[in-house]
Design a protein around this ligand. Structure first.
Ligand code: CTP
Length: 430
């Protein structure tokens, strides 16, 4: 029996990147022999074992044959006769189809590389290994995600061609929603998330998976607010700004969805997008339902889609209007989420052609204004109101009055040199 390190661990080490998970493939043995050696069987769909001490995954060399549609439609063949080359041939990308011996010193010379992964690593190309790529539609999402991670790699034209055929054959229609979200979420967290959507768009998968985003390309916006004009281009710039600002997943998802409504604006009112915010909310809620997006990601995305224009223009708000904004965002109960909404709005404002380095003072300003509201001690107000015989809703109104007063004070004492409307950025349109 021979053991080799395979997949992402080999790729990452050759690239000089940190290796997180090491995967191993075992050739020339049987499940029974593995169990006798103390490995623990864990595979549900194919024979995978955990090492008794390191708990790393050891898979028996296998071949796979398609038996149905989608993610689970496989028959797995494993036997001691399956060779390393056969196992590597069913893998997705040449750069993921290299193997290295157990005592590997990291040198490329020792790598088993029947599908020219070293060449493609050098040329920075993501290329499918064989036609077996077709057998797993999740790979379309994986390739898109790798393009977002390895931003200087291109996807080979023949791989885009193969992915396009898979889309035409309806393979993408059968992906399990949780798996789609899982891959999209991982891709959103990469360096250049826009590239994931560029690749999905190039092969036609975006039209099937996320038409709400796909239809934004070709939709114009007003050039004075959006010099990049195209709404799809803007969405991608916002997303890459979110990555540049190291935003967490929920913020990146909110950025992705914030302008969905612009894709359904009537042609005769373009390039204006009156009321796109409420249409964005409806559309993103459908996406969240479809992909079973976690509630916290959905809730932030709804707040950002609905309020981003109001947050951009918050320099114009008086105390009452600002309190209403905080209430609509549930900012007083959930200040952390509001902080995330502000970050998403900054990404929206700076994710425009030529705007990347503009300040977005609305964020610090609203954060400070919210703090003045949070500092209002509500218990004594409620107690005093109760002593005056007020109840329920009336007590709530007394608290709201105190908060409004605090905001009014805050607005009056805002330092003269802190820009009130944020200069040009303060006039950013939705
Ligand atoms: N693999 C594949 N097709 C898939 C999933 C995995 O061919 N749909 C193969 C690839 O050889 C991959 C290896 O299994 O390198 C390990 O899979 P996984 O750990 O999911 O991916 P990594 O390549 O390690 O990627 P990441 O760095 O994102 O974990």
């Amino acid at each position: 029996m021979q053991i080799y390190m395979v997949g992402g661990a080999v790729r990452d080490r050759l690239m000089g990147n940190a290796v997180h998970d090491r995967d191993w493939v075992v050739v020339g043995t049987t499940p029974e022999a593995m169990t006798r050696l103390g490995y623990v069987a864990v595979g549900r769909d194919f024979p995978v074992f955990l090492h008794p001490e390191t708990h790393e995954e050891y898979a028996l060399a296998r071949t796979e044959r398609k038996s149905g549609r989608g993610y689970r439609g496989f028959v797995v063949l494993t036997s001691p006769d399956v060779t390393l080359e056969e196992d590597l041939s069913r893998r997705d990308l040449t750069v993921n189809a290299m193997a290295a011996p157990v005592d590997w010193d990291g040198s490329p010379h020792a790598v088993v590389d029947p599908y020219y992964g070293l060449r493609d690593l050098h040329d920075k190309v993501l290329r499918h290994v064989t036609e077996a790529f077709r057998e797993d539609p999740v790979r379309i999402l994986r390739i898109a995600r790798f393009a977002a991670r390895f931003a200087d790699f291109t996807v080979a034209p023949e791989t885009i061609g193969l992915m396009s055929e898979m889309v035409s054959d309806g393979e993408v229609d059968h992906l399990v929603p949780e798996r789609v979200w899982q891959e999209i979420a991982r891709g959103l967290m990469e360096h250049r998330p826009s590239r994931m959507f560029d690749v999905l768009r190039a092969c036609g998968a975006l039209r099937v998976l996320l038409p709400e985003l796909d239809r934004l390309w070709g939709v114009p916006q007003r050039a004075e607010y959006h010099p990049e004009v195209d709404t799809g281009v803007h969405a991608m710039m916002v997303l890459d700004m979110a990555a540049q600002l190291d935003a967490p997943l929920n913020v990146r998802f909110a950025c992705l969805c914030h302008d969905f409504g612009k894709g359904t604006t009537r042609a005769d009112v373009l390039p204006r997008h009156h009321d796109h915010e409420s249409r964005s909310v409806d559309l993103l809620e459908q996406v969240c339902e479809r992909w079973r997006v976690p509630n916290d990601a959905r809730d932030l995305a709804v707040v950002v889609a609905r309020e981003h224009g109001n947050i951009h223009r918050s320099g114009d708000l008086n105390a009452s209007a600002m309190l209403r904004l905080f209430e609509r965002c549930d900012a007083i109960r959930k200040p952390e989420r509001f902080e995330h909404a502000l970050l998403a709005c900054e990404c929206d404002a700076r994710g425009r052609l030529g705007f990347a380095n503009r300040p977005y003072p609305q964020r610090a300003r609203l954060r400070s204004a919210l703090q003045s509201v949070l500092d209002v001690a509500t218990a004594p107000i409620a107690a005093a109101a109760a002593r005056r015989g007020l109840k329920g809703e009336a007590i709530g109104l007394a608290i709201a009055d105190a908060r409004r007063d605090a905001l009014h004070e805050w607005l009056c004492h805002e330092t003269d040199n802190a820009p009130r409307d944020g200069g040009e950025a303060g006039h950013a349109s939705a």
